[in-house]
Design a protein around this ligand. Structure first.
Ligand code: LLP
Length: 418
């Protein structure tokens, strides 16, 4: 469900015309629908309403301040993976007691920052990290709330680059070694063992991998109790998929019902870390066709956004629907939609059946709210796009387009070359 729709053949975000925004802010730009974000958060959070839970939005999917603020106002927490994400979250008033910190490579200074900020919990991913957390907490005279991120060795049935809960993945602590590590952690005096965490992958389109994971974690929680370690939090990570093309992932309420069924009556507080399911279909990337080119082999539509703006097709060969901002009724053609970057991997669609586009025309790359702006770069010295949020018939620039000055900020020429 989202609020991008056509009125008289023109694409609107809620009640705001996409082409009018393009005229004001230029292209390419990201456009998010406030109503969609709000609704997605509410639907997800409410789906777990019958269970004690905390929804911690996964900031890596989109860390714009306005976006994070929206969820904070709804009572949400955040899942962070860096000091930078913590900084953003605190800046927009996220309650530190609703922040969980995952990641295989937490730096000492980031651990210090999170400890002094009083976050809810660290999800430790290795035996060495457990010791590091204990040491840093001791040095600061604090106690760190701890969960171990457990690797349950469950196949999430998704793209290999975004599967994280298989034993060959770098994430988490092998479920078979977890009990031993919990006992070590329990005996460290600057740690307070509170939770069990996992995140098995992203863009899951079935509930069965979640259910299999919870079954395994329940077994672990029982053994922990047997060893006198009481767990308060069960962090299930994120991972619920969305429709990019023809996928039919479970709805949040179906996911929640499956979680409930397998968990049964419980005193545990669930932590959920959704990213894509909330953000993905709440945003689009708007780009303009620069040129069209037909060779002996193919037709290319060359647009002004590139893989630096949205890398998912290049990186994962992922599908994003691409629609004209104004429906033209022109004939169809099979074409590649490509960016201006000097790489053959700079494409948004390959051999896609699409309407014929003309130079100057605006296109919308759909499902671009999650892992699109947040993975963008300055490759080819391209300033990053601006981000806009529409609400009703108004829109707000929530991040200005970068300038050439922004591109060179922080760079300097050594004296000997002056
Ligand atoms: N929690 C943890 C610990 C994670 O690592 C992730 C995502 C999430 C939660 C949120 O997962 P979600 O609900 O969004 O599936 N760049 C890739 C996705 C990478 C996901 C990384 N971790 C993409 O564009 O598909």
């Amino acid at each position: 469900m989202h609020h991008f729709h056509y009125i008289d053949n023109d694409l609107y975000c809620e009640e705001t015309s996409v082409s009018e925004i393009a005229q004001k802010v230029c292209t390419p730009f990201y456009l998010y629908s406030y109503a969609t974000l709000h609704q997605h958060f509410r639907v997800f959070d409410d789906a777990f309403g019958h269970l004690k839970h905390l929804t911690c939005f996964s900031m890596k999917s989109n860390s714009n301040l306005a976006v994070v603020r929206l969820f904070a106002l709804e009572g949400g927490g955040v899942d962070i993976v860096s000091g930078g994400e913590l900084y953003r979250a605190l800046k927009v008033g996220v309650d530190p007691k609703k922040i969980v910190y995952s990641g295989v490579g937490k730096k000492t200074e980031d651990i210090e920052y999170a400890l002094t900020s009083g976050i809810l919990m660290f999800n430790a991913e290795s035996p060495q990290e457990i010791l590091k957390l204990n040491e840093v907490a001791g040095r600061l005279g604090k106690k760190a709330n701890l969960a171990l991120r457990v690797n349950p060795d469950v196949d999430p049935i998704t793209h290999p680059y975004i599967s994280t809960g298989l034993k060959q993945n770098k994430f988490g602590i092998d479920i078979n070694e977890a009990l031993e590590q919990y006992i070590i952690a329990k005996n460290l005096k600057n740690l307070d063992v509170r939770g069990v965490a996992c995140h098995i992958g992203s863009q899951l389109t079935q509930v069965s991998p979640f259910v299999d994971t919870i079954e395994k974690l329940k077994g672990l929680i029982n053994s922990l109790e047997g060893s006198g370690i009481r767990i308060d939090y069960l962090d299930l990570g994120g991972g619920l998929g969305i429709t990019y093309d023809t996928e039919a992932p479970p709805l949040p309420r179906e996911y929640a019902a499956a979680v409930h069924d397998v968990l049964g009556a419980t005193d545990l507080t669930l932590i959920l870390e959704p990213g894509r399911v909330i953000m993905g279909n709440a945003g689009i990337l708007v780009t303009r066709v620069l040129y069209t080119k037909t060779t002996n082999d193919r037709t290319f539509f060359i647009v002004d956004a590139g893989m630096n703006d949205l890398i998912r097709p290049s990186l994962y060969n992922s599908f994003h629907a691409i629609q004209p901002v104004r429906l033209s009724g022109r004939s169809k053609v099979t074409a590649d939609i490509v960016g201006p970057i000097c790489e053959s991997g700079d494409f948004f669609a390959r051999e896609r059946e699409t309407t014929v586009f003309e130079p100057g025309e605006l296109l919308a790359v759909m499902s671009a709210g999650a892992y699109c702006y947040s993975m963008s770069s300055n490759y080819n010295s391209r300033p990053r796009a601006c981000e806009v949020m529409a609400k009703g018939n108004r829109y707000y620039v929530i991040r200005a387009r970068e300038t050439y000055e922004d591109l060179v900020r922080g760079e300097s020429i050594p004296d000997f070359m002056l």
